[in-house]
Design a protein around this ligand. Sequence first.
Ligand code: F3S
Length: 425
Amino acid sequence: MVQLARDEHEMLDGKHGRARQRAMEILVQYADALGAQRFVNTNNVHLLIGFHPYPEVVTVTDGDELASKFLLDTDEKIVVDYIETFNTTHIFAIDLERWKLMGAPQSLHELMESIKKYCIRTGISLTSTCTPYQVGNIPTRGEHCAWTESSAVPYCNAILGARTNTEAAHSAFPIALTGKVPLSGFHLDENRLGDQLIQVETDVNSVMDWYLLGYYAGENSQIEVPVLKLARPMVPNISMLKGFNAAGASSGGIMMYHIVGLTPEAPTQAAAFGGRKIQKTLNYGNAERRQTYETLNSAEDSGVDVINMGCPHYSLEQLRDVARLLDGKKVHGNVTLWIWTAHQLKDIADRNGYTDIIFKAGGQVMTDTCPLNTNLFPPGTKVVATDSAKQAHYTPAITGFDVWFGSMQDCIDAAITGKWRGELK
Ligand code: F3S
C-alpha cells in the first residue's frame, strides 16, 4: 500500500476541497496498482483534455460535468477551482480555428469551445500539441513529470533526462490537480538503465533514417530500454529525434532509451547499462533498414489522394523546409496536402511567410490536432502518403487506407505530381 505524506492525507480527507479529494482517491488506487511505495511532487504535467476518441459518447457539454465524468470518473459534478501545477495540453479533437476545413461537425466545435473555456478558467494551458517540448515545456534533467502522448514521453525521458511514465488522460488530470505522481516506472533510477544493445551499422543522416531506426528499435525492444551505439557518431536534430521517438512508440512502446555519447544518462555504454547484463544485442544495417521501409509501405496504387505531413507536429525547421520545396509550385488538383504543426509554430511560420507559400501552392497548414485521431479525411480518400512512420503505422489499421511512407521530398513530389515515386536511397 502506498504511504501518504501529511499533505496527501489532508487531500484525501477533503481538507483541500472536493476536487483534490477525488483526485487523491483515484491516485491512491493508481499508485497501489503500480506498486508505488510513495508519491513524489511534480510541477510538470502534459494533460490530455481536448480529445476523446469517441466524441459520440459525450452527451454533456458543460466543462465541469465533462471533467467530472471523464477525468475524475464520477457522476457527481465536481467544480475545479484552479490547477496550480504547470501544465501543457496534448491535441484537441479538431483544428480549433480551421475546423470547417477538416470537415468537422458543428457539434464537435461546440464541445471543443466548451473545453477551451474550462481550461482557461482552471489554469490549463491551451498548447494543444503532441510536441510540448517544441512550445516551451522543457523540464530540467531529473525533474519528475507526468506526460501523456507516447511520442513525447521518450523525448522527456531520453533526450531531456527528465522523468515520466506514459500517463493517460485519467491519470494526468488527478496528478495535475494534486501535484503528486506515484514513484514508479521511469521515475526510479533502476528502471532507466539499458536492457539491450542496438549496434547501428548504417548511417542515419536524415529524418527518414531516424524514423526507420526508431521503427526497428520499437519492434525489437517493445517496452524495454534500448541502448543505441552509432557506428559513425553524429548529432541528430530535434526533427530526427522526434521521428525516432514517434516511430519507436508506435511499432513498440519505447518510453526510454539511450544513445551512447549523446543522451544525458549515457556518456558511455557502461553508464547506459549501469552494470546490468546486456540481454540481447541487435545489429541494424542496410538489410534491416530496407525491411523496415518495406513494412511501412502498404500501398500499391501510385495515385495519391492525401499527403499528411507533420506527425509529430512539424518543427519550425520542417515548416521552413517544406515551404522552400513548395515555393512557386502547385499541388495537383486531385491531392489534398495537410501539414500539421503546433499553433505557436504556425504563428512564426505566418510571420516568416512559410504558411503563405504553402497556401499559395495549394496546401494547408493545420494546427491543434491530426486527422488520424478524429479520422476526418476528405471523402473518397483511398491512398495516403506521409513522411511519418507513426502515421504510416496507424493509418491502415484506423482508416483502412493504403499508405506510402517516404521523405519530405518524396511527399512534396507526390503532392505536385499526384503520383508516388518515392524509393529508398
Ligand atoms: Fe501528433 Fe497525431 Fe502524430 S497526435 S504524434 S500528429 S498521430
